[in-house]
Design a protein around this ligand. Structure first.
Ligand code: ADP
Ligand code: MG
Length: 615
């Protein structure tokens, strides 16, 4: 062979990093490389089947009559395992692109997750879509012999020892598809018995014949087309693990078929873990689209709403045209209808699960709740169902227990038109804050939301089953009077104090009002009804947006001892009373998250203390 024929290439930096981890870490489940290579062969055959059905021009397909099957052979003496398929194969450019680079964004997060996940690292690799490289866990060297399905493709051999780069050269006499020869470090995976066990686990879910050393292993049925009664839990689990490149159990399994309005067979799983929690960035859609067992699109964008991208599985509909292209998928009414049917079914399924096993649903919600929230914001058509699936603590729940909006509505008095909520860092903080006590004193339930995005989510939601969602830190909430202990200020005194405060606080606040909602707090800063709340303001500030001036309304509690004393002090030492009033206000603004300058509040406190000591 002349040197000119051999093309040497460096791996892209990200690939080198991945290979470095794969080669030098001691993952326990190395055997998954077989699943990953079978999965790739199966993908290539699926794509070939679609090509055969859609590319009708004669002579375009290389070796058009090759069987669509996967052949695996082992050689203990040579220490090799070989996986061949007659799928679409690869051209030179495709070899470089597919086996030398990673197009994914979020590779860095992936690498972190790999490093951290230790034993599970091998799973992460398949789920991130870099399964091919898992062969280097066991390989000294990997050879890929290939010819593309395109008639004018080259006969090629790709080779690498996983250390920095790879080479490509011409290798005459290839059949259509790929033949991958893994030269093993030790002979474990060259033993026919060992390999057979592994293939049996996954190959039943491959839609093409899988042969080991010439012997057929699988029975090849599309699991999603089988009647439910004939499928075991083990089958579901195996199928989930195969298509999801996963090692865990599916959290929820939804399998159904329908004839109208569309013919649908769907098998959909909620995975055990939410991979995005590890900072991996948005994952591609995980439910593949089939038309009568022919894979149309592995990651169909626009079939299901984006917030369902965590689902894994298969949707098969005979009503779809085979040659539907990626572009036309997005705006096909049929695809939209299909997506809507599945989405509704899935939401129903979640509702049912939540009812039947609340503890398991809670687990689900803690991992996947962010997708539910995302859905509330982005899919108005499913908003109410999604809102019903939210879980949170409230002033009526104990300890760690969670509740739902439906339960809130059930508990509330019939004439209560609102659902009150507060968003903050923790339940404890919200319970101690100035806004909760007014509701508590009146026996009104307050829902506690503790995710920063909840503010936004609830604002978008606005109402649930006809009840308005109202943040308990807003001004303008009408509450009934409650009897309070002790003497307060008279109406006249209150009026005078409010007037004086309005003058002496200047433009620190929008205005001062006397109110009935406070119990144990002297004053509270309330948000004007239409102003963006504290979290929203923080978010807008983070995004560099200009903040609208939102001055608080200061509510004073005329029954509070401090306020009563303030009124007396105003008459005897109005200077000191002014300092005290300003400090009370600053504290309240700070507590409500409305003050930009905690340092100024602290220095005001010093001034006040000084004045008090001088008296
Ligand atoms: P993924 O399968 O998630 O895309 P992999 O690392 O497993 O990631 O494979 C990378 C790419 O290499 C595949 O997307 C495919 O384009 C190509 N490839 C791998 N194996 C084969 C094969 N047997 N036939 C054709 N193409 C293949
Ligand atoms: Mg793969």
């Amino acid at each position: 062979m002349s040197a000119a024929q051999l093309e040497k290439q460096e791996f892209q930096a990200e690939v080198r990093q991945i290979l470095d981890i794969v080669i030098h870490s001691l993952y326990t489940d190395k055997e998954i490389f077989i699943r990953e290579l079978i999965s790739n062969a199966s993908d290539a055959l699926e794509k070939m089947r679609l090509v055969q059905l859609t590319e009708t021009a004669d002579g375009k397909i290389f070796e058009a009559d090759r069987e669509l099957e996967i052949n695996i052979s082992t050689d203990e003496t040579a220490k090799t395992i070989t996986i061949s398929d007659h799928g679409i194969g690869m051209t030179r450019e495709e070899l470089k692109e597919n086996l030398g680079t990673i197009a994914h964004s979020g590779t860095k997060a992936f690498l972190e997750a790999m490093k951290e996940s230790g034993k599970e690292g091998a799973d992460v690799i398949g789920q991130f879509g870099v399964g091919f490289y898992s062969s280097f866990m066991v390989a000294e060297r990997v050879e890929v012999y290939t010819h593309s399905w395109r008639e004018d493709g080259e006969h090629l051999k790709w080779e690498s020892d996983g250390d920095g780069g790879y080479s490509i050269e011409e290798a005459p006499g290839q059949h259509r598809g790929c033949r991958i020869v893994v030269h093993l470090k030790d002979e474990e995976f060259a033993q026919a018995g060992r390999v057979r066990g592994i293939i049996e686990r996954y190959s039943n879910f491959v839609a093409f014949p899988v042969n080991l050393n010439g012997e057929r292993i699988n029975t090849m049925e599309a699991l999603w087309l089988k009647p439910k009664a004939e499928i075991s839990e083990e089958d579901y689990k195996g199928f989930y693990q195969f298509i999801g490149h996963a090692g865990d159990d599916p959290r929820y399994t939804m399998h159904f078929s329908a004839d109208a309005p569309l013919a649908i067979n769907a098998l959909v799983f909620v995975p055990g873990e939410n991979m995005e929690r590890f900072g991996m960035g948005p994952q591609p859609a995980g439910v593949a689209l089939y038309c009568h067992k022919v894979l149309i699109d592995q990651h169909p964008e626009g079939l299901l709403p984006e917030w369902l991208r965590f689902l894994k599985g298969v949707i098969d509909s005979e009503d779809l045209p085979l040659n539907i292209s990626r572009e036309s998928m997005q705006d096909s009414a049929l695809v939209r209808k299909l997506g809507a049917v599945i989405t509704k079914r899935f939401l129903k399924h979640l509702e049912k699960q939540a009812k039947e096993d609340p503890a398991a649903y809670r687990e689900f919600f803690s991992r996947f709740g962010r997708f539910i929230r995302e859905g509330v914001v982005s899919s108005p058509e499913y908003q109410e169902s999604l809102a019903g699936l939210l879980r949170f603590q409230s002033s009526m729940t104990d300890g760690e227990e969670l509740t739902s909006l439906d339960e809130y509505v059930d508990r509330a008095k019939e004439e209560q038109e609102e659902i009150y909520y507060l968003v903050g860092p923790s339940r404890e903080a919200l319970e101690k804050g100035p806004h909760f006590e007014a509701f508590h004193a009146r026996g009104l339930e307050v829902a506690f939301f503790t995710e920063a995005v909840d503010d936004y989510v609830l604002e978008v939601l606005r109402e649930y089953k006809g009840k308005k969602l109202v943040s308990a830190d807003r001004a303008g909430i009408e509450l009934e009077d409650v009897p309070a202990d002790g003497e307060g200020l008279s109406e006249e005194e209150t009026g005078e104090l409010v007037q004086w405060l309005n003058k002496s606080l200047g433009d620190r606040v929008e205005k001062v009002e006397a109110g009935k909602r406070l119990v144990n707090h002297p004053v509270a800063a309330l948000l004007p009804e239409n102003a963006p709340n504290a979290q929203m303001r923080a978010m807008m500030a983070a995004m560099g947006q200009e903040l609208p001036e939102a001055k608080a309304i200061l509510e004073i509690n005329p029954r509070h001892a401090l306020v009563v004393q303030l009124e007396a002090l105003r008459k005897s030492d109005s200077d000191l009373a002014g300092k005290l009033a300003r400090q009370l206000t600053d504290n309240a603004l700070l507590a409500a998250g409305l003050d930009k300058d905690p340092a100024a509040a602290a220095s005001g406190m010093n001034e006040l203390l000084e004045a008090l000591l001088k008296r």
